[in-house]
Design a protein around this ligand. Structure first.
Ligand code: FAD
Length: 381
């Protein structure tokens, strides 16, 4: 009698950009030869940039939700469960549905929001969660005059160009409704420039702010909000009054990851070339890590591809993949339907670099293509 070969059990925590790409690649290469469990507490995936579309009424939440029940990949089992404990040394995961034992554990749980770090924010508005963007989308039609303030409460934060895009899209939103002359737009950013690795991109965004009379306050973060007085307090003690606030909360790893003992300074340290944590056969990819790349879907996806290639080589034989290169393309909404692009390279040279693609209709089509290829690959849509 031959013993049945035991399949490698890969447990992926989080079905976001990183988890979905990892599960897809393992399924494509290994099919039923691997036992992949993909766990997420939500019933659907939403692209980060869709939050802006929902907030500005360009689409509905239902239209951009991609239900996990549509995942149909050989070797992959999706479980809608909330992870309540992770033991990285034993590679054991506890959820509200049971206990899962992994041979290889991949933490792809993204970044969570630390509302307590910014007093007053919990009683105001943010657009970085689906619920927050939807709430602001409901509030926006009531904003007809006064001061709009887009305020980032700490770095690092997801998709560094997103608050800049918000300022430009808000200008469009108000202009289309004939309200722009009655409204001021200000934007507070803890970074020195909108996209630090790419001076050309930053210059183009700053020029776009100036053309649209958007007040840009770089190098400052919102440290608290006095909601009763409708005033944001910046980290230098100065105050900025607002009538509507669009917040970006401070980020950190989800509580369950912090409780697991895997984090340092709020995120999971990894070897940036292999994505391995200090625990054997435990990897971490994407926003949950301290990898020296920005927190964006393209980087989570790129990191997941390196982990997948390494596991495929382990099972099929063959060379281990080249080190993660930290390269990615981010699309940037400039308003009026035009989209720019920054192609960044964080790890292959001595310092990060970024190449700017000027806003155009062609790049708007490229962004659509970016979304539709992921939809097709991850959800067969
Ligand atoms: C407004 C906005 C615009 C953006 N635009 C872009 C863009 O244009 N391009 C780009 O590349 N990136 C963009 N991003 C960033 C992008 O969305 C994230 O960087 C990306 O999703 C990170 O992928 P990830 O796999 O690390 O984590 P995520 O995609 O956040 O996935 C983490 C998953 O873990 C799950 N999870 C967390 N805790 C638990 C738990 N306890 N139990 C079970 N499941 C749990 C969550 O439900 C989630 O599905 C944008 C983000 C925002 C907010």
């Amino acid at each position: 009698m031959y013993a049945r070969p035991v399949k490698l059990r890969v447990v992926i925590l989080g079905a976001g950009f990183g988890g979905l790409e990892l599960a897809s690649m393992l399924s494509e290469a290994l099919g039923e030869d691997v036992d992949v469990t993909l766990i997420d507490k939500n019933d659907s995936f939403v692209f980060g940039y869709s939050k802006l579309d929902v907030m500005f009424g360009r689409t509905s939440l239902d239209a951009v939700r991609l239900p996990y029940r549509e995942i149909a990949k050989p070797g992959v089992r999706f479980l809608r469960e909330t992870i309540t404990a992770i033991d990285p040394a034993a590679r054991t995961v506890t959820t509200d549905g049971g206990v899962h034992q992994a041979d290889v554990l991949v933490v792809a749980l993204g970044a969570d929001y630390d509302f307590a770090a910014t007093p007053g924010l919990a009683d105001s508005n943010e657009f970085y969660s689906v619920a927050g963007a939807q709430r602001l989308g409901e509030l926006l039609p009531t904003f007809t005059r006064g001061r709009a303030l887009i305020g980032v409460c700490g770095a690092p934060f997801k998709c560094p160009p997103a608050p800049s895009e918000t300022a430009l899209l808000l200008h469009d939103y108000l202009s289309t409704r004939g309200l722009r002359a009655d409204c001021e737009i200000s934007f507070v950013l803890p970074l020195g420039t909108p996209v630090p690795p790419s001076p050309d991109t930053s210059r183009a965004l700053e020029a776009a702010f100036a053309e649209r009379d958007i007040r840009f306050v770089p190098g400052r973060r919102v440290s608290s909000l006095d909601v009763a007085r409708r005033v944001a307090v910046l980290d230098d003690g100065s105050e900025m009054p607002y009538d509507i606030f669009f917040g970006v909360p401070k980020h950190r790893a989800p509580d369950v990851v912090i409780a697991s003992g895997m984090t340092e300074d709020g995120f999971v340290p990894v070897d940036s070339s292999t994505l391995q944590t200090r625990f054997a056969d435990v990897y971490a990819v994407g926003d949950v890590t301290t990898a020296s790349v920005p927190k964006a879907g393209v980087f989570a996806e790129g990191a997941a591809r390196v982990v997948a290639a390494s596991l495929i080589a382990r099972l099929r034989g063959g060379e281990q993949p080249a080190a993660y290169d930290g390269r990615g393309i981010c699309y940037i909404e400039f308003g009026a339907g035009r989209v720019g692009r920054v192609e960044v390279d964080f790890l292959s040279g001595p310092k990060p670099t970024g190449t700017f693609g000027a806003p155009s209709d062609a790049l708007a089509a490229d962004k659509q293509h970016f979304g539709s290829t992921r939809r097709a690959r991850w959800f067969n849509r």
